[in-house]
Design a protein around this ligand. Structure first.
Ligand code: LLP
Length: 387
């Protein structure tokens, strides 16, 4: 699919060490995004011929430079709140609302009203919006989010299908939904499913597509099947990268099985995760009862993923990139919770010391956007570079 050699494990920052150390000198914690990497990813996805439309899930990274680059590369944008909708229209001048998809969860009436007034594609995921606010949906085309009955993903907290998940219409509720749509005067023109995040088995999306196609056959007015996002990345530098070719093959099979439907996808993480790094400064190195800890000036306040999901992010000492690995140490932040650990038993150089710049890799998705001010610590700075 035209990804240049070596880009399966995009480590653009390895060639930019001096520049990044200089940038860190302007203050840490700081997120840095390489827009060139985002563009390269977008082009690789655009090379999948059988996909009719791509919508970037902006919840992963709504930085203006990222959004503008993706729209320039032909991507649409997927939003889940009125705040995200306002942000994309303010950020991308002249954005065509038909390039925006609104897929909220348990949204209030005003958010649906706002989305419908803007003319974006709107997804409902239960019968309630139709029953309670039929006047909003009268004469409207909408998409319907389906729960195919199973979920998938890198952690229980990001699996969004099956009985335990709050998302989507269960298949047994379809007749009631169709009645409500008819009563409201709404038309179901698309079916949507996103059943989890951080998925590596490409066969997954075909299973979802098969369920959607069978539901579409029962409805009759459906023109679009949206199989969601969820493409994983390899956070572990030793692990295999997400197999984009296998993903493309699955999409081709879906389209071949049901050429009568448009095929839409909604990737977030895969486009941006590897484009972003989090720069931190070492505060103190402490040895306590045989455990060595390297303290950084931000932790779970800047990047929640390790604390929230036990997620792995590679961490390197940019100031001593060529030094040999030292004894294992936990990389911890300054937050007053024991869960404030960014990485366990990492082999950073033995000489790691106050003022060194640490780089937390693959932090471009669900990083800054989930950062918080816990302990009244300031949010990280953020900047985009291009190449
Ligand atoms: N579409 C919908 C409706 C979604 O809810 C999501 C993500 C996506 C697309 C994009 O999924 P992606 O391609 O990025 O996997 N904070 C978690 C991930 C939460 C994902 C939420 N929904 C993490 O850091 O792993």
């Amino acid at each position: 699919l035209g990804l240049p050699e070596g880009s399966r494990r995009t480590r653009w920052w390895q060639g930019a060490r001096d520049a990044l150390v200089a940038v860190a000198g302007q203050g840490t914690p700081r997120y840095v995004y390489d827009v060139a990497t985002v563009r390269q990813r977008a082009r690789a996805l655009a090379g999948i011929a059988h996909v009719d439309r791509r919508f970037f899930a902006i919840k992963a990274n709504p930085h203006p430079a990222v959004l503008r680059a993706l729209v320039e590369e032909g991507s649409g944008l997927e939003c889940v709140s009125a705040g995200e909708l306002a942000h994309v229209f303010a950020t991308v001048p002249g954005l065509d609302p038909r390039r925006v998809l609104f897929t909220p969860s348990f949204a209030p009436r005003e958010e649906y009203a706002d989305a419908l007034a803007r003319g974006v594609h709107v997804t409902i995921d239960s019968v309630q919006p139709l029953r309670r606010w039929p006047e909003l949906f009268s004469g409207r085309d909408v998409l319907l989010r389906i729960d195919p009955g199973f979920g998938s993903g890198h952690h229980e907290k990001v699996r969004t299908g099956g009985k335990g998940a709050k998302f989507g219409l269960a298949l047994d509720a379809l007749p009631a939904l169709l009645d409500a749509a008819r009563d409201a005067g709404a038309r179901i023109v698309g079916l949507h499913a996103h059943i989890g995040s951080g998925i590596h088995d490409a066969a997954h999306w075909r299973e979802v597509h098969a369920v959607l196609a069978s539901v579409a056959a029962r409805i009759g007015t459906v023109a679009v099947l949206d199989v969601g996002g969820g493409l994983g990345i390899a956070y572990d530098p030793e692990a295999d990268a997400f197999d984009l070719d296998a993903y493309a093959r699955e999409l081709a099979e879906m389209k071949a099985a049901h050429p009568e439907y448009e095929l839409w996808i909604e990737p977030g993480r895969w486009l941006v995760a590897e484009a972003g790094v989090l720069l931190l400064s070492v505060t103190q190195v402490v040895e306590k009862q045989g455990v060595r800890r390297i303290g950084a000036d931000a932790g779970m306040n800047a990047l929640m993923r390790p604390a929230l999901y036990g997620a792995f992010h590679d961490i390197v000492n940019l100031s001593r990139l060529d030094a040999p690995p030292g004894p294992p140490a936990d990389v911890v932040g300054p937050i007053c919770e024991s869960g404030d650990v960014l990485g366990r038993r990492r082999r950073l150089p033995e000489a790691t010391a106050e003022g060194d710049v640490l780089l937390v890799a693959d932090a471009g998705a669900y990083g800054m956007v989930m950062a918080n001010t816990y302990n009244l610590r300031a949010l990280p700075a953020e900047e985009a570079i291009d190449g």
